[in-house]
Design a binder for this molecule. Structure first.
Ligand code: SF4
Ligand code: MSK
Length: 654
C-alpha cells in the first residue's frame, strides 16, 4: 500500500490530539495509507453531489442539475432541483434510521430469545427497568416472572417494527402537545419498518414529487428512529446489560498495554462486546496469555461499541471514528473485533501491515481479509471465548520492536443515563429545572456525532463544548463527541473548574462533570427522554425549552437521521459540516427557517465552533425569554473568537 500521506500536511492540521498526530507521522514513515490520504486523492469532490443535485434513482439517468442555471434544470424524468435534493435527503434519512433500527431489532431478537431461554451468556441485568418499561407500555407485570414480563415486552416491541399499530410504543413519552403537533402534520411515526419502506417508495421515480411532502415524510421516518428503533436499542440494552451509572474510565491510545494482549471492540452493538468483556476474565484464557509471555488481556473500545462498554463497565476507550486506523498503527493490537457501522473497509488493509487479526462477527457485515466468526446468541459465551482465544494466539506474532503506544491515558467519567442523572438530582428533574430557572444553568446542549476528515479531528467538538460550558450551558454528549471531550479532559468532576460560575457551582455540588456522557449514537434517545421529562415537568412543549443540539463533525447517514428527529422533536440543531442540500434554495429555506413554524425548531450550518457557540447561546437566551426566565439580550452575548477551520482541503493545511 502506498501513501501520499496528506501531501506533507502537518499532522497538527489534521487532528488536535498528540496520540493521533504521532500515529499519522508513523503511517507516513511506514508508507501506510490513511483516511486523510484517501480524502486528498478524492479531491476535488463532485460539486453536483455536494449540492445534492445529482440523481441516479433510475436508468434514464444518472442526471444532474446545473446550479448556475446555464445547463439542465431538470432530470430526464422532469424532476427539478427541489425534488432531487429532497429525494436524496429522504433516502439519507431512511438509511440512517434503518441502521439504528436494525441494530435495535438485533437487540430485540436476542432479548426475545433470552426471554424464551434460548441464549447462553445473556440475562436480565436490570429487573427494575424491565418492569418499569413493561408497565409503561401496557404489559401486565403483576405476579409475573421475569421471563414472562420480558416475553410480553418483546411482543409489544416486535409489533413496533411492522404495521399492526398506529403509533410506536414510546411515542407516549412525548409531551401531549407535541404529539398533537405531529398528528396535525401527519408525521406521527406508525411502524419503524413502515416509515423506512415508505420513504424508499416515495423517492422512486414518479411517486412523491412535492419536496415539502417528501421532507415531512423524512421527519416521520427519523421519528421512527429516535422514538422507535434507537429507543428500543437503548432501553433493551439497559435491561440486558445494566442501566449506566457514573463510572470512571480512561481514554486515548494510552489505554493500550505494552505487556498485555490488546483487543479493540469496534462498531455499535453491545451484544457481542458484553460477552467478550466477560470472556477476557476467563482464567483459562488469562493463563494462555501468560504462557505466551503477556501479563493479561486488555479490552478497549472504539466508536460506539466502545461507548456502550465504557458507559456500563468503565472499559477504557481507545478512540473515536478517525482513530480506527491509527490504533492499528500502534502495532500493539492483537485483534480488532468488529460488529457493524462506521468500520472503514480499510482496517483490514492497515491490519495486514501488523500482526493484528480483524475479526468480523455480524453475518450482515463481512470484511474481505478478516476472520469471520459468526455471532450466534445461542452460543454467545462460547463465541466470545473463541474470539478472545484468537486474539491471545496472535500475541506471539507481535513484533515488540514495532510497538509504539504514544501517550498516557486521560481519565474521564461516563455513565450518565437519564436514570443516573435523575439519581444525581435526588430522583426528580426539579433541581435541574430550578438551576435553569435561576439562571445558574442557562440551558442544555446536546453535542453529538462523528468525526469527518474534512475538519481537524475533534477541534470543533472541543472548542464548541469549551465555549458552551464557559457560558454556563450544560453539555450532553454521545458517540464520537464524547471521546473528543474525554480526551480534552472536559469530562471529569474537576472539569467543573472549566465552566462558568453558575454551572460550576451546580456541578461541584453534585460531583458531576459539566459535560455528561450519555452513551452511544442510539443513546441520543436518552436525550429525547430527558427533554420530554423536562417539558412535562414544566407543562410546556419541548420546543419551548432552552435546549439546542449540535453535530459539529458529523459524517454519517445516521447523523442526518438523528439531526432530523431532534429537530422534529423541537430542538434546533447546528451542523458543522454542510449537508448536500444547497442545490435547492427552497429546501434550505424550509429546513433553516420554515420548519420553525411547523415543529418549532430548525437546522443551522456553522462550521466555526465559536460562532456556533454564539448562535446556540442566543437561541437558548431567546427560549429563556419565551419562558419568562431571566435572559441575556442578544447584543450582550460576546462575540466568539473565530478560528481558521482548516482541514486537508484547505490551502492553509501545509
Ligand atoms: Fe434522472 Fe429522474 Fe431517473 Fe433521477 S429519477 S436519474 S432525475 S430520470
Ligand atoms: S460511531 S455514527 S462516527 S458518532 Fe456511533 Fe461515531 Fe458517528 Fe459512527
Amino acid at each position: 500500500m502506498t501513501s501520499t500521506n496528506g501531501n506533507g500536511r502537518r499532522p497538527s492540521r489534521l487532528t488536535v490530539h498528540e496520540d493521533a498526530q504521532q500515529m499519522i507521522d508513523r503511517a507516513r514513515q511506514e508508507g501506510i495509507e490513511t483516511v486523510w490520504d484517501r480524502l486528498e486523492a478524492q479531491e476535488p469532490q463532485c460539486g453536483y453531489c455536494a449540492l445534492g443535485l445529482s440523481c441516479r434513482n433510475c436508468a434514464m439517468g444518472p442526471c444532474r442539475i446545473d446550479p448556475f442555471g446555464e445547463g439542465p434544470q431538470k432530470g430526464v424524468c422532469g424532476a427539478d432541483a427541489d425534488v432531487i435534493v429532497a429525494r436524496n435527503l429522504g433516502r439519507t434519512i431512511a438509511a440512517g434510521s434503518s441502521s439504528h433500527s436494525d441494530h435495535g431489532r438485533d437487540i430485540l431478537e436476542v432479548f426475545n430469545a433470552m426471554a424464551h431461554g434460548e441464549t447462553v451468556g445473556y440475562g436480565v441485568a436490570d429487573e427494575g427497568k424491565l418492569r418499569r418499561v413493561a408497565t409503561e407500555i401496557g404489559v401486565d407485570t403483576e405476579g409475573r416472572s421475569t421471563e414472562e414480563v420480558a416475553i410480553g415486552l418483546a411482543e409489544v416491541l416486535l409489533d413496533d417494527f411492522g404495521t399492526r399499530k398506529g403509533s410506536l410504543s414510546f411515542v407516549d413519552r412525548v409531551p401531549a402537545v407535541r404529539r398533537d403537533k405531529w398528528a396535525g402534520l401527519g408525521i406521527t411515526p406508525r411502524g419503524i419498518d413502515r416509515e423506512n419502506v415508505e420513504m424508499m417508495h416515495r423517492t422512486h421515480m414518479g411517486v412523491d414529487n412535492d419536496y415539502v411532502n417528501l421532507l415531512l415524510h423524512g421527519l416521520r421516518t427519523s421519528l421512527a428512529d429516535g422514538w422507535g428503533g434507537s429507543m428500543i436499542a437503548t432501553e433493551l440494552s439497559d435491561i440486558l446489560f445494566g442501566t449506566p451509572q457514573p463510572v470512571m474510565s480512561e481514554v486515548n491510545l494510552g489505554v493500550l498495554r505494552r505487556d498485555q494482549v490488546n483487543i479493540a471492540m469496534h462498531g455499535h452493538n453491545p451484544l457481542l462486546s458484553d460477552v467478550v468483556v466477560a470472556a477476557a476474565d476467563d482464567p483459562e484464557l488469562i493463563e494462555l496469555a501468560r504462557s505466551y509471555g503477556a501479563t493479561g488481556i486488555n479490552i478497549v473500545g472504539l466508536c460506539c461499541t466502545g461507548n456502550e462498554m465504557l458507559m456500563r463497565k468503565g472499559v477504557p476507550m481507545a478512540g473515536n471514528h478517525l482513530m480506527q486506523e491509527l490504533v492499528l498503527i500502534t502495532g500493539a493490537l492483537e485483534a480488532m473485533v468488529v460488529d457493524y457501522q462506521c468500520i472503514m473497509p480499510s482496517v483490514t488493509d492497515v491490519a495486514k501491515c501488523y500482526h493484528t487479526q480483524v475479526i468480523s462477527t455480524s453475518d450482515k457485515a463481512k470484511f474481505p481479509g478478516a476472520t469471520h466468526v459468526s455471532f450466534d446468541p445461542r452460543r454467545g459465551a462460547d463465541i466470545a471465548r473463541e474470539i478472545v482465544r484468537l486474539a491471545v494466539e496472535a500475541y506471539p506474532n507481535r513484533n515488540h520492536e514495532r510497538v509504539r503506544i504514544p501517550v498516557e491515558p486521560v481519565r474521564m467519567m461516563g455513565g450518565f443515563s437519564v436514570e443516573a442523572i435523575l439519581g444525581a438530582l435526588g430522583g426528580t428533574p426539579k433541581p435541574l429545572i430550578d438551576a435553569i430557572a435561576a439562571g445558574s444553568i442557562r440551558g442544555a446542549v446536546a453535542v453529538v456525532g462523528c468525526n469527518n476528515p474534512k475538519l481537524p479531528q475533534d477541534l470543533e467538538h472541543i472548542e464548541l463544548t469549551r465555549e458552551l460550558i464557559e457560558n454556563d450551558m450544560l453539555v450532553l454528549v454521545t458517540g464520537c463527541a464524547a471521546v473528543a471531550n474525554g480526551k480534552a479532559g472536559q469530562m471529569l468532576p474537576e472539569s467543573a473548574a472549566m465552566a462558568g460560575p453558575g454551572l460550576r457551582s451546580v456541578c461541584e455540588a453534585l460531583g458531576i462533570p459539566p459535560v455528561l456522557h450519555m452513551g452511544s449514537c442510539v443513546d441520543n434517545s436518552r436525550i429525547m427522554v430527558l427533554a420530554a421529562a423536562l417539558a412535562d415537568a414544566l407543562g410546556v412543549d419541548i420546543d419551548q425549552l432552552p435546549l439546542a443540539g449540535a453535530a459539529p463533525e458529523w459524517y454519517s447517514e445516521k447523523a442526518v437521521a438523528i439531526g432530523a428527529y431532534v429537530v422534529a422533536s423541537g430542538i434546533t440543531t447546528v451542523l458543522g459540516v454542510q449537508p448536500p442540500i444547497f442545490g435547492s434554495p427552497h429546501v434550505v429555506d424550509l429546513l433553516a427557517d420554515g420548519l420553525d413554524g411547523v415543529v418549532g425548531a430548525t437546522f443551522a450550518v456553522e462550521p466555526d465552533p465559536h460562532r456556533a457557540a454564539q448562535l446556540i447561546h442566543r437561541h437558548i437566551e431567546a427560549k429563556r425569554q419565551g419562558l419568562g426566565l431571566p435572559f441575556v439580550e442578544p447584543d450582550e452575548i460576546r462575540e466568539g473568537v473565530p478560528v481558521a477551520v482548516a482541514g486537508p482541503g484547505s490551502s492553509e493545511g501545509s
